[in-house]
Each structure stands twice: as C-alpha cells, then as structure tokens.
Design a protein around this ligand. Structure first.
Ligand code: SF4
Length: 334
C-alpha cells in the first residue's frame, strides 16, 4: 500500500469495486446469486443451439442456487452460505447470474426483479445478460427502477474481436456490444462488462489491445477472467485438438499481463475481478491433472494450470506486483 490517494479516492493501486461499493453504500454489501430459471437465445435455438463453446453455467453457479426454488428461499440460503465465510453484511445485492437474465417478457422480468427487491435489506440488483437480450422497453423499466434502488447490468462481451466472437459461437458481434453499452449508460443505468483473456486465436498483443477499446467505452465497471476450460464443453474438445491455438497464461505471465493492461486502462473504470475460479470438479481433466493429480497423459494437451489458487491470492499477487513496479491503473492512460 502506498501513501498516495489515487483519483478513485483510496490508496489501493486500482479502482477497486469493493471500495467503490463500500463508498456507495457506506458499509459492507454482500452479493447473493440467484438462478431464476432463465435460458439464453444461444441455447434455445432463437440465435443458435449449443451455446458459446466455453459455456457450462453449472460451473459458475453457487451450490445454494436452484432454479426450482422460489427466489426468497434462494436469497435466504445465499445469505446463510456467506455468513459461514464472512461477517454479516448489512445489505445485499441480488445477483441474477446464470444464463441471460433479461431473456423473458417484461411483465415476467418485473415480477422476478420486484420479488427479489422485496426481500429484507436488498438494496439492489445486478443483472447478467447478453447484449442482444435487452430492448428499449426493458432498459426503460430498469432506468425507472434505478431511481429507487441500485441497478447494474453486467453484459457478457467476452472479446473485442469479431473473429473470436464467431469462433466461440457468441452469435453477436462487438459493434452490437458497443451500441448497447452506450444505450444503457445514456439512460443512467450502471453498466458493467465481462471479458475473457485467452480465447482461441488471440495473441497476447491482441488481448492487450482490448484496453483502448474498453477505455473508450462508457463502462462503470469491468470483470476480467482468464479462460478456464470446463469439462464437457466444445472448447475442451477444441483445446484437445488444437492446443497451439490457445495463448496459455502461466500465473506469473497473467499477473504481468494484468499489470500492463491496468497501466493503460481508463482510471475511471471500476474493476470488480481480475480472474475467475471454477470448482475443481468442473475443470477439464487435463487441467486437474496439471494441478498435481495423477493421470497426466500428454503434456502438450494441458493448459499450464494455476493449481487450486483462490481469487484472493491472485489479487494479492497482482497488488504486490503493482507495488513492486510502483505502478497503478491508468498510469499510461492518455
Ligand atoms: S450467452 Fe451465456 S448462457 Fe448463453 S450460451 Fe453463451 S455463455 Fe452460455
């Protein structure tokens, strides 16, 4: 930690979401994930079938989420789940996370969002969705709602390159993402975006070039994930067939990449995550093997596993490296 207070109002070397939320709400806020039983147009045949090649939502869904349970019961379970790990938060944000959480009729969305907001001490919603799953009516409703409670939309953008979006079967292009981000921001709704580093066919230089595109977008917050190959996905098969098409970050390489990325990133963008973690049981088998278990077959077919390192540890390594290099988010942003 430095003595300098950066333009985001604290001493951490990046514009941290945790600090941002603390400042916004004046205290601790816990996100509670719910599964409202949505699907996605890239799975039900409207846009495509089979989904994005890396997708297996079960890998990202906490164990306490079950779409057959009413939202209030999922929220209650989520709160108890977090209580075991963290001290009690005074307020909660309900996070509609799995699949595309604006993919339903407006009356149905209103019913679900209002039900979540009805739970005691829920201060707002975070809604994960695809850029092609919102329209004027939905955004206008969310704009109205955002006057009353905290509303953040989190768009899965994943890559800034159309060649990649096509390869991973996203069924939308980057232009659409840009348009929708502008539209959402112009309505005064908090706008977040999610990106994946390490998608097939992208070099490290190409990934680094995202930074200018992201910095130029009116985004309030971003989440970054390294590519994690999930068991049973089409991407697992693709990786096994063409491992050389994947830029595989070692943990050290990823930290150094993130530091370079941060130095060029617009300092006004709040960063929610730098990497992802999926439960080991969902990792592609070659990845688990590389984590030190038995059964390694062909070393060329393995991503260089980061082992079972947790997110907090990755974050500490990034902050340590920022400190070591005496650098910070936006140092070279122009
Ligand atoms: S848009 Fe999301 S839910 Fe739909 S297939 Fe892609 S990753 Fe899965």
């Amino acid at each position: 930690m430095t003595n300098e207070v950066y333009q985001w109002g604290h001493r951490r070397r990046f514009n941290s979401y945790t600090e941002h939320i603390r400042k916004t709400f004046g205290g601790r806020m816990q996100k509670v994930v719910v599964d409202a039983g949505f699907t996605c147009p890239n799975r039900d045949g409207t846009k495509g079938v089979g989904g994005c090649t890396y997708c297996n939502n079960d890998a990202f869904n906490p164990s306490y989420c079950n779409p057959v349970e009413p939202l209030h019961s999922q929220i209650a379970k989520g709160i108890s789940f977090h209580l075991v790990r963290y001290r009690k938060a005074s307020k909660y944000l309900v996070y509609f996370q799995p699949y595309s959480n604006t993919y339903a009729s407006l009356p149905r969305l209103k019913e679900l969002y209002e039900e979540a907001l009805d739970y005691p001490n829920v201060a707002g919603l975070v809604i994960g969705t695809r850029p092609d799953c919102v329209d004027k009516g939905i955004l206008e409703y969310l704009r109205q709602l955002s006057k009353r409670v905290y509303i953040q939309i989190e768009y899965g953008i994943e890559s800034c390159f159309d060649k990649t979006l096509e390869r991973i079967n996203r069924q939308h292009n980057f232009d659409l993402s840009k348009q929708v981000i502008h539209q959402t921001h112009n309505l005064g709704i908090k706008t977040g975006a999610h990106f994946i580093f390490g998608l097939p066919g992208e070099s490290e230089e190409e990934m680094l070039s995202y930074v200018e595109l992201i910095s130029g977008l009116p985004l309030d917050s971003v989440k970054f994930h390294q590519l994690q190959i999930v068991q049973g996905t089409r991407m697992e098969q693709e990786f096994n067939e063409k491992p050389d098409d994947f830029f595989q970050f070692t943990l050290e390489g990823y930290i150094s990449f993130i530091v370079k990325f941060l130095e060029r990133l617009n300092p006004s963008v709040v960063i929610e995550r730098f990497s992802g973690e999926i439960p080991p049981r969902f990792m592609a088998s070659s990845d688990i093997n590389a984590a030190g278990n038995v059964g390694v077959q062909n070393p060329r077919m393995q991503p260089p596993s980061w082992g079972l390192i947790r997110y907090d540890a990755v974050l500490r390594l990034i902050e340590k490296e920022l400190e070591r290099q005496n650098t910070w988010q936006g140092k070279f942003y122009m």
